[in-house]
Design a protein around this ligand. Structure first.
Ligand code: ADP
Ligand code: ZN
Ligand code: ZN
Length: 739
């Protein structure tokens, strides 16, 4: 019998992960030992027994076998109580479900240990007597000193605020702070350690009484929680229906029972208001993580959580791995957001991974969204999740009136402008009334797809329900089945020569807006105008303060911001995301359009929305116009069932990259064979990936479809195993489940 060796790491911390030691696996452990197993091993000169984790198993010794010691004991799974051990188990689960090495997964779940430099922090305090506050505020707003108004209004609510929060989330510069300090309105205190984002004199005791819809959810959750029932819940409620208030009550209940909470939100939704709202409710038991924290600050916050100094961590997807000792609930707001999917290996899905983390910790999982992912909603419909609905907005503000404009009619009527007659008329009306307008350009999926300007026809693959992409060699290619055809610059539907890839970007839209509405003040928000770290917040606050009449932007303008003076939203080309090479295209389009439409008329003034589209009859467009999720879901799940797309069936994308095209191709062919063998059919490709080359690296992809997720895991394992045993070429291989 061949020998078996285990590579073991002895200390789990980010930096030590790449240093492993090899041990022999004695006969009696062979059957049970696995990647991720905890073992006792003799270590160092004295041979003291210490704990370690198996990260890989092999039959090839790395060093002279005489120097390899035996594993002393294999520890059982049951007693892994510490959060660190749970995170290692989670990493093992992630490695199995999403591919890559265990080390790659461990690096995702374990905090980076980083020195926290003794950095001075500034705490801004209000010292102006309360009686003079209103007067000062009035004076600043009269003089249009907006930053001062922002700062003072924040301090009016809360007497001390960490300067970094004011800077990152409220866009207040140090010079503004200094000016007010010179005027003795505020005081700035320098402290050495990180304390907390904001301090309130008293926590908010004037809590709302919850609506009966809200209260029912909280009561039901609490009853289940107390009985130890841990079925995940999905809260489906339009924006403004009071979900966040429900999350906070749920968290309060969990804390009361001695638990801790992880509150995940998409980075972009993490605003000053969010942090303040949680701080006001939970005081200094809250902390938040975001991408602008330095590694040191981040580690500091994670340490506080591990020590139990805080009960709540708010943050983007990486906050899921906060090493809480007493994790009681994980909440994922806007659970449908694409930012919950990791871009790098392991390409994990946050909702699934959170479910596993919750299971390991015995915690509850709560998802919330105005437009739930088809995936989550299907689980809810099947009874695997509890489904809660919040049907009304709290302030009873009515949904906006939606006009759908058929762009083909516009063209027929001789209007070639990007503004339909209806949209132009309404924009002029708003400019006259001094109300604000948001123009949203749906740019998702702009890459490559070809459409006819005359009839709106989009060239699609005859074998799949996806659009073809135009490649540099003037051929139209399907990325799902590899079908190709020549492109001859004419519309196959109507013969028009006005056919090609869409190019109109936000910059052109901005120019056209200025030209069409002379005198209007226009700001633009897209990837180009938000390169610096506070650009995003700057543009939004200037728009909120009425410094512009029209905000033009990409999808980044539709996320979670309330502008009370916006009464018109124009969606310039609703279809652009409908025809991307992606079975989720309709789902994304529906979510985007619904959110964009929801930006209009948030306050007392009634809003209107104009959706300009070439596909007025498309179900995603129609359902979004009615803001009817159920309608959309029913159509969409039918389509997924028909094609066996996720969440009904599953797809594994295998991406092969290599600087030498032939190598990438060869590897792809080999993995195709292995996949065919393992999954018995249903392997599509290999073909060039939709982006066939990035930075001189060639990309090939193949897709494996199967109803059984486990089958796909076996395919992945077989591919990985083959690669390990045949160390050929430099190709990298990535796995992406339900991509
Ligand atoms: P969502 O998270 O669904 O967008 P929020 O929880 O933010 O909704 O609620 C929207 C607004 O309504 C917030 O300003 C919130 O303070 C307020 N609100 C929520 N619940 C209540 C309630 N029961 N009574 C009064 N106001 C409420
Ligand atoms: Zn045409
Ligand atoms: Zn096809």
């Amino acid at each position: 019998m061949q020998n078996l060796y285990a590579d073991v790491i002895v200390e789990i911390s980010h930096e030590k992960l790449d240093r492993s030691f090899q041990y022999a696996v004695p006969e009696q452990f062979r059957e049970r030992i696995n990647i991720g197993s905890r073992v006792l091993i003799p270590f160092g000169k004295g041979g003291k027994l210490i704990k370690g984790y198996v990260i890989s198993l092999t039959d090839i010794p790395a060093i002279d076998v005489k120097r390899i010691k035996d594993i002393a004991d294999l520890l059982s799974k049951e007693d892994n109580a510490s959060p660190e051990e749970q995170l290692v188990s989670l990493a093992v689960w992630m490695k199995r479900h999403y591919g890559g090495t265990l080390i790659q997964s461990l690096k995702v779940v374990l905090p980076v240990r980083a020195e926290v430099k003794e950095k001075t922090r500034r705490i801004v305090k209000l010292i102006l007597p309360a009686a003079e506050l209103a007067e000062k505020l009035a004076e600043f707003s009269r003089k249009k000193q907006k930053a001062r108004v922002r700062l003072l209004s924040a301090l009016a609510e809360c007497r001390e605020i960490d300067y970094s929060l004011l800077r990152d989330r409220l866009n207040i510069s140090l010079s503004v702070v200094r000016q007010l300090a010179d005027m003795s309105v505020i005081d700035v205190e320098e402290v050495q350690e990180y304390r907390r984002p904001a301090i309130y004199d008293e926590l908010s005791d004037k809590r709302f009484s919850l609506s009966s819809e809200q209260q029912d959810i909280v009561d039901d959750f609490a009853a289940d929680y107390d009985m130890g029932i841990r079925t995940p819940s999905l809260i489906h409620g339009v924006t403004g229906s009071g979900k966040t208030e429900v999350y906070m009550e749920i968290i309060a209940h969990v804390i009361e029972r001695g638990g801790q909470a992880i509150m995940l939100i998409p980075e972009i939704a993490l605003t000053f208001q969010t942090v303040m709202r949680f701080s006001r409710r939970f005081g200094d038991r809250v902390t938040y993580l975001h991408s602008k924290l330095s590694p040191g600050e981040r580690y500091d916050q994670i340490l506080r959580a591990a020590r139990g100094d805080v009960d709540i961590v708010i943050g983007p997807r990486s906050a899921l791995f906060t090493p809480f000792q007493r994790l009681g609930v994980i909440i994922i707001d806007e659970e449908h957001e694409t930012s919950y999917k990791a871009e790098n290996v392991p390409k994990y899905h946050t909702v699934e991974t959170a479910a596993e983390r919750a299971r390991l910790a015995g915690a509850a999982l709560v998802l919330g969204s105005a437009t739930p992912s088809v995936d989550s909603y299907m689980h809810a419909k099947r009874g695997e999740y509890k489904l809660y609905e919040l049907k009304e907005r709290i302030n009873k503000s009515t949904l906006p009136e939606v006009h759908i404009v058929d762009l083909r009619d516009e063209l027929r009527a001789g209007n070639r402008s990007v503004f339909s007659g209806k949209l132009k008329e309404l924009i002029e009306d708003r400019l006259n009334k001094k109300e604000q307008v948001m123009l949203f350009l749906n740019r998702r999926g702009m890459a490559g797809f070809v459409s006819c300007r005359k009839c709106g026809h989009v060239i699609k693959c005859p074998h799949c329900d996806v659009s073809l992409s135009l490649h540099r060699n003037k051929r139209l290619v399907c990325h799902y089945c590899g079908y190709e055809e020549a492109f001859d610059q004419t519309c196959p539907e109507c013969g028009s020569k006005y056919i090609g890839t869409m190019k109109a970007g936000t910059e052109q839209i901005e120019e056209l807006t200025l030209k069409t509405f002379p005198g209007a003040r226009v700001v633009r928000m897209d990837a180009d105008t938000t390169k610096k770290k506070d650009d995003y917040q700057k543009i939004l606050s200037s728009f909120a303060e009425g410094e512009a009449d029209i905000l033009v932007g990409t999808q980044m303008i539709v996320k979670g911001h309330d502008f009370s003076n916006v009464t018109l939203v124009g969606i310039l080309a609703a279809d652009l995301s409908l025809y991307v090479n992606d079975y989720r295209a309709a789902e994304r389009t529906f979510a985007l359009l619904t959110q964009a439409a929801g930006r209009a008329g948030r306050a007392e003034k009634k809003g209107e929305v104009v959706i300009q589209t070439y596909s007025p009859d498309n179900y995603a467009v129609k359902a979004a116009a009615k803001q009817d999720y159920i309608d959309f879901y029913e159509e969409e799940i039918g389509y997924r069932r028909l094609c066996n797309y996720p969440p009904v069936g599953h797809i594994l994308k295998i991406l092969i990259e290599d600087p030498i095209e032939e190598e990438a191709c060869r590897m792809a062919e080999k993995l195709y064979e292995i996949s065919e063998e393992t999954a018995a059919g249903n392997v599509i490709g290999p073909a060039e990936d939709s982006i066939s080359k990035i930075r001189d690296i060639y990309r090939y992809a193949l897709y494996v479809k199967n109803e059984d997720y486990e089958k796909l895991v076996l395919v992945k394992d077989a591919c990985e195993e083959w690669r390990l045993s045949h160390n050929i070429g430099k190709s990298t291989v990535q796995f992406d489940f339900d991509a």
